[in-house]
Design a protein around this ligand. Structure first.
Ligand SMILES: NC(=O)c1ccc[n+]([C@@H]2O[C@H](COP(=O)([O-])OP(=O)(O)OC[C@H]3O[C@@H](n4cnc5c(N)ncnc54)[C@H](O)[C@@H]3O)[C@@H](O)[C@H]2O)c1
Length: 257
């Protein structure tokens, strides 16, 4: 999967799946903008890529703020001449049912997880179009397909990402811009580890969650990153509007065991 000469943006690229995807995209040859609300994390991942001989830029960006997103796109154009690839990965997770969640928490989650994709795509698509096309991958989740108790806002946001992916795929197919989303099961990232720690011994909880996946373990971020790189690459040239489940078999079963 050769991305030489391409320019990629990864939001939430400072940690977890975003970090792995930024490293993998750069490894495939793309000049990579690592955008994260955590400036230190973004700069550290960019430095790691440069240390491995790749080309990268770390930027502080809150994807829910149009001014930040505008600065991000301008920096990509200034440094690398344009944008070809966008991985809309940044998201937050907040537990709670509808009656438990306070309004600001609901609004913040949708501002990052859904509006963030709208803002980043809105600014990047015209730039992709001017270069003859591009590819976008949106981070959904199996929580957008089936869910658990007390994940109301996150599950709703990931359902929205799946629908938004279909809409964007239709709207920009004739511009040569492919849009797909991924629906991972549990992945070993800071987000998942924080959730596990809230329920007790993090390692034991992660092992228990892993055992629920038919493959018998949770995923490593690099396993998800390889799917992102594939969907960004010309190897996926006929794939658009698709939702890729990558969950170790979790949603294949009615009941585990
Ligand atoms: N980890 C999982 O099990 C899992 C499963 C399914 C889907 N996902 C999805 O994959 C994506 C990455 O998840 P992860 O587990 O790596 O998360 P993570 O929390 O470990 O990392 C997310 C990164 O995004 C950054 N971020 C948060 N808010 C931001 C904002 N407003 N603007 C810019 N950056 C921001 C964080 O600073 C962090 O570096 C998310 O969309 C998540 O919903 C994760």
């Amino acid at each position: 999967m050769d991305l030489a000469g391409k320019v990629a943006i990864v939001t939430g690229g400072g940690a977890g799946i975003g970090r792995a995807a930024a490293i993998a995209l750069a490894g495939a040859g793309a000049a990579t903008v690592v955008a994260d609300i955590d400036q230190q994390a973004a700069e550290a991942v960019a430095a790691e890529i440069v240390g491995q001989g790749g080309s990268a830029l770390g930027l502080v960006v809150d994807v829910s703020r149009s001014v930040d997103v505008g600065t991000m796109a301008a920096a990509a154009v200034d440094s690398y001449g344009g944008i070809d690839l966008l991985y809309n990965n940044a998201a937050i997770q907040t537990y709670g049912s509808v009656t438990e969640l306070e309004e600001p928490a609901w609004d913040r989650l949708f501002a990052v997880n859904v509006k963030g994709i709208y803002l980043c795509s809105r600014i990047c698509i015209p730039l992709m179009r001017s270069r003859g096309g591009g590819a976008i991958v949106n981070a959904a989740s199996i929580q957008g397909l089936a869910t658990q108790k007390r994940v109301a806002a996150y599950a709703a946001s990931k359902g929205a990402v799946i629908s938004l992916t279909r809409s964007m795929a239709l709207d920009y197919a004739s511009d040569g811009i492919r849009v797909n989303c991924i629906c991972p099961g549990s992945v070993d990232t800071p987000m998942l580890r924080k959730n596990a720690a809230a329920q007790g011994d993090a390692e034991a909880v992660l092992a228990m969650w892993g055992s629920v996946h038919p493959i018998g373990r949770i995923a490593q971020p690099a396993e998800i990153a390889r799917l992102v790189v594939f969907l960004m690459s010309d190897d996926a040239s006929f794939i658009t509007g698709a939702s890729y489940v990558i969950d170790g078999g979790l949603t294949a079963a009615f009941v585990q065991g």
